[in-house]
Structures are given as C-alpha cells and as structure tokens.
Design a protein around this ligand. Sequence first.
Ligand code: AMP
Ligand code: ZN
Ligand code: FE
Ligand code: FE
Length: 300
Amino acid sequence: MSDGNRNGFVDLHCHSTASDGTLSPTDLVRLAKENGLSALALTDHDTAAGVGEAASAAGSCGIDFLPGIEISCEYPHPGTMHLLGYGIDPHSPVLHDLTARLIAGRDNRNPKIVARLNELGVAITMDEVEAQAGGNVIGRPHIAAVLVRKGYVSSIKHAFDKFLGTTGLAYFDKERLTSRQAIELVHRSGGLPVLAHPIQLRTGNDAELDRVVKDLVDLGLVGLEVIHSDHDVSMAERYARLAEKYDLLKTGGSDFHGANKKDISLGMANGRRVPRDWFDALRERLNSLSPPRGEGRGEG
Ligand code: AMP
Ligand code: ZN
Ligand code: FE
Ligand code: FE
C-alpha cells in the first residue's frame, strides 16, 4: 500500500443493491474513488453478498476495503439497535447461518406488510417488491420505492411516515437477534462488533446510554460509531468520549443508500468526514486477531 493511501478520508457505513442501497457494489466503490475516499467498508443489512464484488472493484480502483455487515438487534421500542460487523469472513459457515436466519425473518415479515397494505386498498404485490429489490435482502425501502412508483405516496419518507415506519398503518417488526447473539456471531465470523448510530437507541440521558454501552462491552463490543449522518457535532463528541472511556475503536460513515436516502452523500456524514486513521485502527485490530486472509481483509 502506498503511504498516500493512509491520508484522507473513508466511509465505513454504506449499503449496496445487495440490501437496500441503489448502487451496485462496484458502482459504490467507483463513487467512493470519485469522492476522493481512500477506503470503504460495505455494511449491507443482513448480508455479505456484495463484499466480494466490492473487494474486487476496490482492488481495481486502488482504494482499501473492509467487508462488513449491519444486523438489527432486539431493543425496546421506540429505540432501534443496529450492530455493525467489520472484517467478517464472507466464507465463514457461521456467517452463512447468521444471514440465512436474518433473511428468513424478513421473508416472514415482508408479506405481512404487503397483505396489510392490500387490506388498506393499496394494490402492490410481493412480486413487485422482489423485482424492486433485485438483490438478496428485501427491506422496507424497497416496498417504499414501489409505493412511490405507483403513486400511493409522494416520497420514501412519506411511505415510512404513513405506512412502513413504527407508527405507520402497515408496520410489522421482523424477528431479531439479541445483542448477545449478534455480538457473538460477529466474533465467530471473524469480525469486530461495533454499535451503529447510538443516537437511534433513543436513550433518555447520558447515564442510560453509558449503561447500554457498558453492557454491550461486557458482551464483547469493540467499537462505537461516532460519526454518522444522524449525529450532530455535539453528539459525535459525546460518543467519542464514551468510546475513549470504554477503550472502544471509533468508527464512522454516512449510511449512504443511494436514491433510497437522497439527502446522504457517500463520504459525508452530516457535514463531517471520517478520518483515515479510524479505518487503519480497525484493520490493525483485525490483523492482530489472525493472519490476514487475503482480499477479504482488504490488504490493498
Ligand atoms: P428493514 O431493515 O427492512 O426493517 O428497513 C430498514 C431500512 O429502512 C433502513 O435502511 C432504514 O434506514 C430505513 N428507514 C427506516 N425508517 C425510515 C424512514 N422514516 N425514512 C426512510 N428510511 C427509513
Ligand atoms: Zn438500509
Ligand atoms: Fe442502521
Ligand atoms: Fe445502515
């Protein structure tokens, strides 16, 4: 790797067409290069199906890459808890079992949403949703896109507000893993578990957030997402202090979804960029676990 690559900025949280983003893994990596990033991690919901393609594209473009995944965990309403897993081995049998289980939870939920929409007089089908997804993991943003295309709502946001969000008319939850299970499975898949966008936990105060994070650390959490599109500067500072308190790696990313979240640009999180050092620290921790396994570990 050239020393020049160690400068600049990275994005450690984004979604491709393997889940609910709208760019292919290759196009996502090309955009990262165009936007001047020196490294990228792909973190699709519940699947690592895009990481092989992204790793090859990153090799061709000359940027560094880490495979990742984002897993939704059980957590009391109205909060949501998402766990990022960095450096997971895409060929690990544990990972295959994990993703099969998570996707089964979606396959069980998505037809319930469509059936409820039909009861409400909204004529869409699972076939249309599957065609919209065209990938491995079908999520609510795909249902939202069908609703927009067919004129039932004016935007993705409107689709969530009216139908798909937690207070929407056609909301159904999916089966989730506990945080204990998710953390353990990420470790067993060769990866590093990191708490995504802590703001979305909707903890009432600093003490409560501290307790939640401490419990996760006791379960094996190794990092905290400090920079994210939902975090303002003061939140990011708070999360950075919390990461330091518990000796956690700091991570950050935009949570880019392409056209499914139009206001987010790859490499930019609410006006902030993610420093290259954070990627290097993550990769060094991974390399300290076991010898690098080649392309998957992004030794670019
Ligand atoms: P799912 O994983 O299928 O439950 O859907 C979760 C996805 O929906 C994530 O990408 C979220 O960012 C997206 N999402 C959740 N709430 C909203 C919202 N209010 N507006 C737009 N996207 C949302
Ligand atoms: Zn998403
Ligand atoms: Fe998330
Ligand atoms: Fe995400």
